[in-house]
Design a protein around this ligand. Structure first.
Ligand SMILES: C[S@@+](CC[C@H](N)C(=O)[O-])C[C@H]1O[C@@H](n2cnc3c(N)ncnc32)[C@H](O)[C@@H]1O
Length: 274
């Protein structure tokens, strides 16, 4: 338990309220991906502008554009044993987070996620093809056991994850492997990993796969259900994930499934699953 909450569980609650029920100095690692403050993209009527506007509409409709209040960052600092936090953000929020945590005397790193398939932008701006994950720690060394060349790189290159996006129905889902790398680097087995803006549950799925204890909060019932199902190996279409039952299937069958996924024939993979 952490306070009134059971570990290895997630809750459909507002984090700004729930966090008050978490005891001080109880969490080993926090990974959060709070709603991003959106940059504006003018009122152009070009095809590309319309594509960006429609993406933004989805974010506005789901309240995924409002940023985060420093009040919850203050609370989070109290709840961690030592400050040890990874925060996904866009360019606009870098300054808020850097100011907040460096004033507390934290060391920081900036991990970048470069998306090779971002929507082009020819309106006098750079493309929105990079997201950031800021890592802040104080009196908390990185995990020596996870020391390997790839895990210590500060960059991640992966296209926008449209397969996971359609499998788990969240517009801003983060790459599972990137989150697993953060967990390996900044925690040890059995540590408590918490996420207060859970979305489709990526942090908790990653923690579970790496034998960490986890707890998560998501305010929107629709995303909460997606996260809950995902943790039980069920995707947004109601189908059981092929990655939950390795032992039960033969090697040949697994190869066909992976081939189908590799060649983006997700429907075939799902069909084989059924
Ligand atoms: C950017 S998304 C997280 C996506 C997630 N990293 C993933 O991979 O699916 C932010 C999530 O925080 C949730 N959220 C926003 N405000 C919240 C609050 N006060 N308490 C709990 N969840 C909140 C939103 O509903 C949204 O699903």
């Amino acid at each position: 338990m952490v306070g009134k909450y059971k570990l290895n569980n997630i809750y459909n609650e507002d984090s700004y309220i729930a966090i008050k029920n978490i005891p001080d100095k109880s969490l080993d690692l926090v990974i959060i991906d709070p709603p991003y403050e959106l940059e504006t993209h003018g009122g152009s009527h070009s095809q590309l502008a319309k594509q960006i506007q429609s993406q933004h509409k989805e974010l506005y409709e789901n309240n995924l554009h409002i940023g985060v209040d420093n009040k919850i960052l203050e609370q989070l600092c109290l709840k961690m044993k030592n400050i040890n936090i990874c925060i996904f953000c866009n360019k606009k929020q870098l300054i808020q987070y850097l100011n907040f945590f460096t004033e507390k005397g934290c060391l920081f790193d900036i991990i970048t996620w470069h998306k090779q398939n971002a929507i082009p932008n020819y309106s006098g701006k750079y493309m929105s093809d990079t997201e950031y994950c800021l890592v802040f720690r104080k009196n908390k060394p990185m995990n020596k056991e996870s020391e390997n060349y790839d895990d210590r790189k500060t960059w991640w290159i992966e296209p926008i994850n449209s397969t996971d996006k359609s499998l788990y129905g969240h517009p801003t889902i983060k790459p599972l492997e990137l989150v697993k790398k953060l967990i390996r680097n900044h925690s040890q087995e059995n540590d408590i990993v918490a996420d207060f803006f859970l979305g489709s549950g990526t942090t908790c799925v990653a923690a579970k796969e790496l034998n960490r204890r986890y707890i998560g909060f998501e305010i929107d019932p629709k995303y909460f259900k997606i996260a809950k199902d995902r943790l039980n190996g069920i995707n947004a279409n109601g189908q059981t994930s092929i990655f939950t039952d390795f032992e039960k299937i033969g090697e040949w069958e697994m190869k066909i499934r992976l081939l189908a996924f590799d060649s983006k024939m997700v429907n075939l993979a799902i069909f084989i699953e059924c």
